[in-house]
Design a protein around this ligand. Sequence first.
Ligand SMILES: Cc1cc2nc3c(=O)[nH]c(=O)nc-3n(C[C@H](O)[C@H](O)[C@H](O)COP(=O)(O)OP(=O)(O)OC[C@H]3O[C@@H](n4cnc5c(N)ncnc54)[C@H](O)[C@@H]3O)c2cc1C
Length: 265
Amino acid sequence: MAIRSNVPVVRIIVENGRAVGAVLESGEEIRAKTVVSAISPRTTFLNLVGTREIDTGFVRRISNIRVNGDAAKLHLALDRIPQFSGLRTPELNGRLVIAPSANHVERAFNPSKYGEFSPEPVMEITLPSLLDSSLAPDGACTLSAIVQYAPYALKEGWSAGKPKFLKAILAQLEAYAPGLGKSILHAELLTPLDIEQRYRMPGGHWHHGELQADQMLMSRPVFGAEGYDTPIDGLYLASSGSHPGGGVSGVPGLNAARRIIARKG
Ligand SMILES: Cc1cc2nc3c(=O)[nH]c(=O)nc-3n(C[C@H](O)[C@H](O)[C@H](O)COP(=O)(O)OP(=O)(O)OC[C@H]3O[C@@H](n4cnc5c(N)ncnc54)[C@H](O)[C@@H]3O)c2cc1C
C-alpha cells in the first residue's frame, strides 16, 4: 500500500456504472476495485464522477446540498505572548472563547443573513505555539482563531470586505488583549471563499455541508448516498459530508470502512 500526498484527483473513472479507478492531475491513472472519496460529496459527483454517470434526480439532490460556510480562520504571528485581561499565562493553553452572551452570538450572526460580516465577531482562540514551541521562535507566539460570522457570499465581495473584516476582528481582539495589535508580525485571514479555493471544498463549509435536520442522519449527504454507498457501484463516500458530519472525529471514515468491509464480506 502507498499513501501519496499533494496529488489532486481530477476524475473518478466509471465504466459500465462501476467506479474502477481515479485519474490524477498529472494524467496518471490508478485502477482499483474500490474507490473511496473522502472529499466533499458535491465535488465527488459533480466534478470527479460527472453528471453523465448519474441520474438527474440525484444530480439535483447533490446540487442542492447547502454548503456555504460562515466561519473564517485567522492566523497571527506575534512577536510576544499576548496578555488577555484577567487570564494568567497557564490559562492561555486552553481554548479562549469570545462570546459574552447568547444575545451577543445572536447579534453577531444576524449580519451574515444579509451578506455582511459581524462587526463584533464571536471567536474561538488558541495559542498553538504555547503547546508546541517549534511553531514560533523563542518569545514569539502564534494565534489561531475561528471567527464567526463570515458569509461565503459577502455582499460587497471579499476582496473589498476582507481588510475591513480583519480590522473588526483585530479591534475585538485588542479589547480583550490590549497591546496585541502592536505585536503582530504577520496576519492571514481565510474567508469561506479562501477555504473553498485552498481546500477544494465547495462553499468553504467546515462540515462539507450544513448540519441541519434535512442534511443529517439518513439524509446526509442526500437520500441515495446515505450509508456511505453511492449510486455508482464500487464508489463510497467517507468525508464529513456523510453522517455524522464534520469535526476532527474520523467517524465518517470509520463508518465507511465498516460498510465497505461488510459489503465485501
Ligand atoms: C475554520 C475551521 C475551523 C474548524 N475548527 C474545528 C475545531 O475546532 N474542531 C473540530 O473538531 N473541527 C473543526 N473544523 C472542522 C473540521 O476541520 C472538518 O470537519 C474536518 O477537517 C473534515 O474532515 P474531512 O477529512 O472530512 O475533510 P477535509 O479535512 O476537508 O479533508 C479533505 C482533504 O481532501 C483534499 N482534497 C479535496 N479535493 C481533492 C482532490 N480532488 N484530490 C485530492 N485531494 C483533495 C483537501 O485538500 C483536504 O486536504 C474546522 C473547520 C474549519 C474550516
